[in-house]
Design a protein around this ligand. Sequence first.
Ligand SMILES: [Zn+2]
Length: 87
Amino acid sequence: MSKTIVSVSKKKNSVWRVYYFDYDEDNLLKFYTKRINPLLVWFYRLKKQRLFSNTCDECLNEFKFYKTRFEKIPDRCMDCDPDLFKN
Ligand SMILES: [Zn+2]
């Protein structure tokens, strides 16, 4: 399972940090923050994801998901088509 990066930002003391969700040993989704090398900011920005929502074509429920700018918007929810959400 891959990390879901939601923010890349710089604080007053000019330390860059990345904020992300990831699964821990117990397979629970947790929120993390980590210091990063400023040279890698562009790399994390590319991988950054945003929360979107869409209506499932199959069950017509609204669902939410994270994706990067470059990924397609899934047209079915996680319950109807789990394969769409594998990274
Ligand atoms: Zn569905």
